[in-house]
Design a protein around this ligand. Structure first.
Ligand code: SF4
Length: 317
């Protein structure tokens, strides 16, 4: 197959999926051609839940490493594949286990709430996991006097702190994509498109969040553009999501928010974009690279995820 085009790879991928009882899960930040060959598209947690609630023996995760790990944590009996092990996450990697353990020790008596965008070792050190969709509700579900240690994204942490007014200490991590949006360029776009609504991911910095008409997770932003009667949006998150927005409402206008450095493509996640159709083909063919996590680590990391799911269920989220 070497040297063949994407069409050849796509038909081979389809054939191997059936032959091997495999499914492809693609994150919303993947390129459109990858989202189109996936069995399911979604945000990281929804995809991991799909991994667990599916009969497939092989899960190929078109996303980044912490997502494939989360799928393995929730479906340990399955073979979980990631087409490129260099597809990591700068936010997750900003939180190293030894440093995080020290941060917890320096702040005793706090409930450790970690964002799903963390590596497995950090999940295993946490009390509860949250996502950008449920972070506010998870923290509000804790008793009023419970003190919180939040990691790893400082912008999401500050957003949650403002929304909940809780006593929180926050790890100083950021996502290189969401940190990079230019307020000035967004306001210029708004001048040129006065009817456009500015919709923003909570991992963005405060000045960008302050001009938002709506703040929400990647899935939340997609749902907003589906339900909102408006016709035009300036979107401050990874532009891969625009593929799904266009599919749902092709007549609306979607304008990606520009990064501070207009000479780079840094509003795209370069880790997400390491995954290609060719790598997916090779990964499914060779059934590697595979995600391996030892049983004790899986069990420790499952507990805070299950706690999040129990709280979400109780709150009807
Ligand atoms: S967009 Fe940011 S948080 Fe998401 S995978 Fe890329 S670096 Fe990590």
């Amino acid at each position: 197959m070497e040297g063949k085009n994407n069409t050849d790879y796509v038909s081979e991928i389809k054939r191997m999926k059936t032959e091997k009882n495999a499914i492809i899960l693609a994150h919303y930040y993947q390129s459109g051609d990858i989202q189109d060959i996936a069995d399911f598209t979604g945000d990281s947690l929804a995809l991991s839940q799909k991994a667990a609630s599916n009969d497939a023996e092989i899960i190929l995760f078109a996303g980044v490493k912490f997502m494939a790990e989360t799928a393995k944590i929730l479906a340990p009996e399955k073979k979980v594949l990631l087409p490129d092990l260099d597809a990591v996450c700068s936010l997750a990697d900003s939180c190293k286990p030894a440093d995080f353990k020290r941060f917890i020790d320096e702040n005793p008596g706090r409930t450790v709430v970690s964002y799903v965008n963390t590596n497995v070792e950090i999940k295993a050190l946490s009390d509860i996991i949250c996502t950008s969709s449920n972070a506010v509700q998870i923290i509000n579900s804790l008793s009023r006097d419970e003190k919180v240690l939040f990691a790893p994204d400082r912008n999401l942490g500050n957003y949650v702190l403002n929304e909940t007014g809780r006593d929180m200490v926050i790890w100083n991590g950021t996502c290189h994509v969401h940190e990079e949006f230019s307020l000035e360029a967004i306001l210029n776009l708004k001048k040129q498109n006065p009817d456009a609504k500015i919709i923003v991911h909570p991992e963005c910095e405060l000045p960008v969040r302050m001009v938002a008409d709506y703040i929400g997770s990647t899935s939340g932003l997609l749902q907003f553009t589906k339900k909102d009667p408006g016709k035009s949006y300036i979107i401050a998150t990874e532009p891969g999501i625009i593929h799904q927005m266009k599919k749902a409402n092709p007549d609306k206008k979607y304008i990606p928010a520009p990064p501070k450095d207009s000479t780079c493509g840094c509003s795209e996640c370069n880790f997400m974009k390491l995954i290609t159709i060719e790598k997916i083909y090779k990964c499914l063919r060779d059934e590697k690279p595979e995600i391996f996590i030892d049983a004790k680590m899986i069990s420790d990391a499952q507990k805070p995820i299950k706690r999040m799911m129990e709280i979400s269920k109780k709150l009807g989220l």
